[in-house]
Design a protein around this ligand. Structure first.
Ligand code: FRU
Length: 525
């Protein structure tokens, strides 16, 4: 039976009903206040740590006083929100960064314990060297992340020249070279540094200065990790994932994330512990691969320390977009995380592509509600007219027929709906949130997002997660993804399965209601 850490769990979390309007029921959001990027993702001693950019006492970001919030989980699904882990001080605010398990005490911080956690983060607003407000610092924990001690030698890394953008260190242990590697966002490029002890860092190389475009949004939250191709452990590739900040609108030829605002791109190649070499020449912005075609998946980074026996590459993203992040209509908190997702690489005729799927741990939240098989749907039919979905998983496989468009309407009422479907002629999956509910808090929120998706053997598979104020849509087992926030009324729970322009065959359809993760003790660990 699941037992939250009652004595340590943050008071706000103990007092929270988790039933407020728009509250996600199986996605992590703090009980109160503002949250952005995931930070310090590390698995250590049986626990997954999730730190995040956190503003205490406010639902809007207070950048000069940014903290690392903290939650822990044993299964990536049920989270205990602990007190904020790292607070700002005279070195500056605590911006994004990573954490590692220093298993061999390379840092020298853990003489008694033998191992412990080290956080590597950006101090913003640092005044040690003028013109260099962003520097990297360390904190360490000898008690499984519950308390943190700042390193007296902070900051440990300054930019070589004056710049306002030098941040978001992602540090990991590079097995082949037996060294720590840091990927750091430095305005229009990623810089790599190496270290033996996490304290002294040497510049290794940069990636980005020769890209054939200048992106208006700066790079943020870089990550680099190795992934097996088609699940073959003997064929691994490196993926460099970059977040690109919201743009200021000068040069319209610059690459924009598909849904606008802030978004994520990736490159596949080789990393030798020193430099990253992309497999493909990037000749123009059309060679850029985007990670998500919705507008609300940002700053995703992978967990460090996943045991070799597990071997998965897992990340989580902030479900939001800087374009409108600060005006979302939730009242008690602002911002939530995506589901943790497993990353794979798959070979397609057009090349290697990054695949994302929610971790299988999510399956234990399922309660089967409806199953359909071999059903033909045409204009005017709604085989789901009696069904509802408030927190649900919908898995449908379709065989392309004469319909030009088919799909689902979710969170539906007489005047609200979110349309999720497939456009046969344009070979694209889409999510239309134009009438999803509250949309008028920002003009760019009203949108239909599309993602290229080719049928495989004439079939399209859609997996949809519907929660209090968000949708995650995975096409063909995660080869295309649309992640979008929506803000429907609680009463909008209706479902529709529809087809237009002809008929479509539903090969199979499964609808599962999902247990809420805040309902302590239900379907838990
Ligand atoms: C990305 C980001 C990071 C920065 C943090 C500040 O969303 O802008 O670059 O460290 O948020 O909260």
């Amino acid at each position: 039976m699941y037992k939250p850490e009652e004595n340590k769990i943050i008071k706000d979390a103990r007092n929270c009903s988790y039933k407020e309007k728009y509250r996600p029921q199986f996605h992590f959001a703090p009980a109160k206040n503002w949250m952005n990027d995931p930070n310090g993702l590390v698995y250590y001693d049986g626990e997954y740590h999730l730190f995040y950019q956190y503003t205490v006492n406010s639902t809007t970001p207070d950048f000069p006083h940014m903290h690392w919030g903290h939650a822990v989980s044993k299964d990536l699904i049920h989270w205990d929100e602990l007190p904020p882990a790292i607070a700002p001080d005279e070195d500056g605010a605590i911006f994004s960064g990573s954490a590692v398990a220093d298993l061999n005490n390379t840092s020298g911080f853990f003489h008694q314990e033998g191992s412990g956690l080290v956080a590597i983060y950006t101090n913003e607003g640092n005044q040690v060297q003028s013109g260099k407000p962003q520097v990297q610092s360390l904190a360490y924990s000898r008690d499984r992340g519950r308390t943190w001690i700042k390193f007296e030698g902070n900051p440990v890394l300054f930019p070589a020249s004056e710049t306002a953008d030098f941040r978001d260190p992602k540090v990991f242990w590079h097995e082949e070279s037996s060294r720590w590697v840091m990927a750091l966002a430095a305005r229009d490029r990623v810089e790599f540094y190496t270290s033996e002890d996490l304290k002294a860092w040497s510049f290794a190389s940069e990636f980005g200065s020769t890209l054939p475009f200048v992106h208006r949004g700066v790079f943020e939250c870089p990550d680099i990790f190795q992934v097996a191709v088609d699940n073959d452990p003997n064929n691994k590739k490196w993926v460099l994932a970059l977040s690109v900040g919201d743009q200021n609108g000068e040069n319209m030829n610059d690459p924009q994330p598909p849904a606008g605002g802030s978004g994520m791109m990736y490159f596949i190649g080789h990393f030798d512990g020193h430099s990253f070499m992309p497999d493909k020449t990037i000749a123009s912005i059309h060679d850029i691969q985007w990670i998500d075609y919705g507008s609300d998946f940002y700053a995703a980074v992978t967990w460090n320390g996943i045991p070799n026996e597990d071997g998965r590459v897992i990340w989580i993203g902030w479900m939001n977009n800087w374009r409108y992040a600060t005006v979302l209509p939730s009242l008690e908190w602002r911002g939530n995380m995506s589901l943790p997702r497993e990353i794979q690489l798959k070979k397609y005729p057009e090349g290697l592509r990054l695949i994302q799927q929610p971790v299988t741990e999510i399956n234990k939240l399922r309660n089967p509600v409806t199953t359909l098989k071999d059903l033909v749907v045409k204009l005017g039919d709604n085989p789901l007219s009696g069904a509802t979905a408030l927190k649900a998983e919908i898995i449908g496989e379709f065989e392309i027929g004469t319909a030009t468009e088919f799909g689902f309407k979710v969170r539906k009422s007489s005047n609200q709906e979110t349309v999720i479907g497939y456009d046969v002629l344009n070979e694209a999956m889409f999510l239309d949130r134009t009438n999803a509910g509250s949309v008028d808090f920002h003009s760019d929120f009203v949108a239909k997002h599309t993602a290229p998706l080719k049928p495989e053997h004439k079939r399209i598979q859609l997996t949809i997660y519907v929660d209090g104020s968000n949708i995650e849509l995975f096409g063909n087992d995660g080869s295309a993804v649309i992640t979008d926030l929506i803000f429907p009324d609680h009463e909008s729970q209706g479902l529709e399965l529809y087809a237009v322009g002809g008929s479509v065959k539903v090969i199979s359809l499964q609808i599962n209601s999902m247990n809420g993760v805040w309902e302590r003790g239900s379907g838990a660990i």
